[in-house]
Ligand binder design. Structure first.
Ligand SMILES: [Zn+2]
Length: 604
């Protein structure tokens, strides 16, 4: 599904890993004018649009028909797009001192901020950085743990063991085994930091971390403060959840889990302890069964994949959105083909950035897929809503918004919604909510501190505040501080555990996932209010409400043409992010957790 590590495959350069090539000195003789800037941007948009459509078509074919050739063709098309965006970002720097129209000036900023990796002007260094970036990501992808005398395990196999095993020794073994990929990569990572910073400075940023933080319509340091403020809002809920889960894990695993300290990182069902959904059976309260099984209902009705997608489309048309275009139904991939390799991971596409919308997923008839379809179509309807804007504005308001919209829609998949669809006769009563809320909290609330700390660590690495000799110590200090998680055994500087996370190895910024987790509840609360829902937020669905749909559309159709606080205000009435919406949503769970935690240690 679309979160944290996948996402919508928009054909916009903003999501591309852009490697800036060598800097050029252009037009040094004549000082440029505002008219030059306007003409430059117009030309650049036309060129990038064309390259992005080419790259999307090549990627689509590659993802739905994996061969050596389609992989090469897709990589080539992508490289062209990335190189052109990077080149134009550098060229645009010469207009920096001019007084430009708000539109042109915003487009230049978007172009400049589209880079996640800026290579230095020195061609040798640029080549070295490009090579290292690819090598780090490649090493992660090929990473394996080979237990002595046994067959090697790749991350997919290790992930399955982390999710399913209840044997603390086995969990520890694969946990430490996966992290053996780290130490050999440390010298390259150090070099990557140095070179990436050099490139960022040439573009006028203090360092790469500051470059990443510059995408949010506020000064880089203001963003860091803003994220801390949001974390403080949600922290009491996380601490309560942590205490309850620690107690349940101690019942299961005994003294290996301390009564009042941090939880060992290998026992939470996930390699990074970032999503605890897999241990729900260990912590499920008695009588929390919601009393219905959507998977079984869908299967007993012989629902097919096409019907599943029709349900998703029906959600959006009920809000007043136009039905999906005919080509969507002709060109999408809904089932796993029998005769060729495809990327089954769900993603939503807009191949021509106008209305060539497509969904690519291998649909099984399950409750999870039912929700994922709603999430993915959220991306598609967002993409179509902003398709009339100039090319550089065809993206979400900030990078947290796209994922947040998909998830906002999925939050409306409530029992009441299923009743309206005729899939369920009657919604369970509120006493059954704790189980549903707990499942959701193990995913959304448990993730928050991790979503925050990955970039807390990287920003300090890029700024030099964390030296290479302290990489591992500081990583675990942050994990302890925010997550209340500790390594199963002491880890020294001969380990390099941060790079055992994909986004660190691949150089992908991470704050967007934290933002998406906060924003979706704020969107949900705002839209539920518009729809007139007065009950508990977790029971509100905006299904069928045209007024909420119109409001949502007003935000979506802004794309990234305006600073994101303007877009946020359309749906929520306020330009400020507010994590209290998440607290409101989980309020019944907070109350229940506090009761469970009475007399027990809370915090670490
Ligand atoms: Zn998504």
């Amino acid at each position: 599904m679309g979160r944290r590590g996948s996402g919508y495959a928009a054909s916009v350069l903003l999501s591309a890993l852009a490697i800036a090539g060598t800097a050029e000195v252009i037009g040094a003789a004549d000082p440029p004018t505002a008219e030059d800037a306007r003409a430059f941007i117009e030309e650049s948009e036309a060129k990038l649009l064309k390259l992005s459509v080419d790259a999307s078509r090549a990627s689509w074919v590659q993802s739905t028909f994996i061969t050596d050739d389609t992989e090469i063709l897709a990589a080539q098309a992508n490289e062209k797009l990335i190189a052109a965006s990077a080149e134009d970002a550098k060229k645009a720097a010469r207009f920096a001192s001019l007084s430009l129209s708000p539109e042109v000036s915003r487009k230049i900023a978007l172009l400049k901020n589209s880079l996640t990796l800026a290579a230095p002007a020195d061609p040798k260094k640029s080549e070295e950085l490009t090579r290292i970036a690819a090598a780090l990501e490649g090493a992660y992808g090929k990473g394996k743990y080979c237990p002595p005398g046994k067959e090697c395990l790749d991350l997919e196999e290790i992930t399955k063991i982390m999710a399913e095993s209840r044997d603390a020794n086995q969990l520890y073994d694969v946990w430490q085994g996966w992290h053996t990929i780290g130490p050999p990569l440390k010298p390259q990572f150090e070099r990557y930091v140095v070179l990436a910073n050099e490139g960022a400075r040439e573009l006028g940023f203090a360092d790469t971390g500051a470059m990443w933080r510059s995408k949010y319509d506020m000064p880089p340091d203001a963003l860091a403060k803003e994220l801390d403020r949001l974390w403080e809002q949600v922290k009491p809920l996380y601490v309560s959840l942590h205490a309850y889960v620690r107690w349940k894990l101690r019942e299961k695993y005994g003294a290996v889990v301390p009564a009042d300290g941090p939880i060992p990182a290998h026992l939470l069902g996930n390699m990074w302890a970032q999503d605890w959904g897999n241990i729900y059976p260990l912590i499920a309260p008695a009588g929390a069964d919601p009393g219905f099984d959507l998977t079984a209902i869908l299967k007993s009705r012989k629902t097919d994949p096409l019907q599943m997608v029709r349900y998703g489309e029906g959600f959006f048309t009920s809000l007043g959105f136009d039905p999906l275009p005919k080509t969507f139904w002709e060109r999408s991939l809904f089932t796993k083909p029998r005769d060729r390799e495809v990327v089954c991971h769900a993603s939503a596409w807009d191949v021509d950035t106008v209305d060539d919308l497509r969904l690519k997923m291998c649909i099984d008839i399950t409750a999870e897929m039912f929700s994922t379809i709603h999430h993915e179509l959220g991306h598609n309807f967002y993409q179509r809503a902003y398709n009339k804007l100039p090319y550089l504005f065809r993206d979400s308001a900030n990078d947290g918004f796209h994922e947040a919209i998909g998830d906002t829609i999925a939050l409306s998949v409530t029992p009441e919604y299923l009743v309206k669809l005729g899939l369920l006769d009657k919604a369970p009563d509120a006493s059954k909510d704790i189980g549903l809320l707990l499942v959701r909290a193990l995913d959304k609330v448990a993730f928050l501190p991790f979503g925050l700390l990955v970039d807390q660590w990287r920003w300090r690495v890029f700024s030099g505040q964390i030296a290479p000799a302290d990489y591992n110590r500081t990583w675990w200090e942050l994990r302890r501080k925010y997550q209340g998680i500790a390594p199963p055994q002491p880890r020294g500087e001969d380990s390099f555990d941060a790079i055992g996370k994909y986004h660190v190895a691949a150089g992908v910024p991470y704050s967007r996932y934290f933002l998406a987790d906060i924003l979706q509840f704020q969107f949900h609360r705002g839209l539920a209010k518009t729809a007139g829902c007065t009950g508990p937020l977790n029971r509100c669905s905006i299904y069928g409400n045209k007024e909420a749909g119109a409001k949502l559309n007003r935000m979506l159709e802004m794309g990234c043409s305006k600073p994101w606080p303007d877009a946020l205000a359309v749906v929520t009435g306020s330009p400020t992010m507010d994590a209290n919406a998440l607290r409101d949503y989980f309020a019944p769970l907070q109350k229940w957790l506090d009761e469970q935690n009475k007399g027990k240690a809370v915090g670490w």
